[in-house]
Design a protein around this ligand. Sequence first.
Ligand SMILES: Nc1ncnc2c1ncn2[C@@H]1O[C@H](COP(=O)(O)OP(=O)(O)OP(=O)(O)O)[C@@H](O)[C@H]1O
Ligand SMILES: [Mg+2]
Length: 171
Amino acid sequence: MAESVLIRAVQIYKSYQQGTGELPILKGLDLEIKEGEAVSIMGASGAGKSTLMHVLGTLDRPNRGQLWFQDQNLLEMGDDEISLFRNEKMGFVFQFHHLLSELTAFENIILPGRIAGLEISEVRQRAYELLHLMGIRERADHYPNELSGGELQRVAIARALVRRPKVLFCR
Ligand SMILES: Nc1ncnc2c1ncn2[C@@H]1O[C@H](COP(=O)(O)OP(=O)(O)OP(=O)(O)O)[C@@H](O)[C@H]1O
Ligand SMILES: [Mg+2]
C-alpha cells in the first residue's frame, strides 16, 4: 500500500455566521490522510463531522487554513477550477443514494463518465467491471425502484467510482 500523503489539512478554521455572532466549529484542525487509507470520522452530533467532510471534499471553504491534495493547494484555486478538480479526483456517496429514477442501474453508473466526456467504450467497460465487483451484474438493467436498499447503495458506490477518483467520501 502506498504511504504517500493524499490529503493534508493544516490549521483549518471554520465558523458559521449565526445572527450577529460567529459560531466556531473547526478550530485549528490538522489532518493527514494517506493514499489507500480508510479513515472514519466519529464524534457527537453537532461536533462538526459534516462540516469537516464538506471542507475536505471542497464543497465548502474554510475561513482559513490550508488544504493540500498531494502537491496542490486547493484553497488557492478558483471555484471553477476547484469544481473540475473535485469531479475528477473525488467521489461522493451519500446516505441517501440520489440515483436518477428514470435511468437503469447501468445508466446511472455511466452518467458521470458521460458528463465528463470520457471514451464511452471505456466507461461502459468500467461500469460492468464495477457492477460485477459489487455483485449486482445481473441487476444492470433494473431501475432504482426495482432494487433493494443495499443494491441501491452499491449502485451509488459504483457511480462514485466510475471516474476512478483518488478519494471517496461517504456520509
Ligand atoms: N449553515 C450553518 N449555519 C449555522 N450553524 C450551522 C450551519 N451548519 C451547521 N451548523 C452548526 O454547526 C455544528 C456542526 O454541524 P455539523 O453538521 O458539522 O455536525 P455533525 O458532527 O455532522 O453532526 P451530526 O452527527 O448530527 O450529523 C452544529 O451545531 C450545527 O448546528
Ligand atoms: Mg453530520
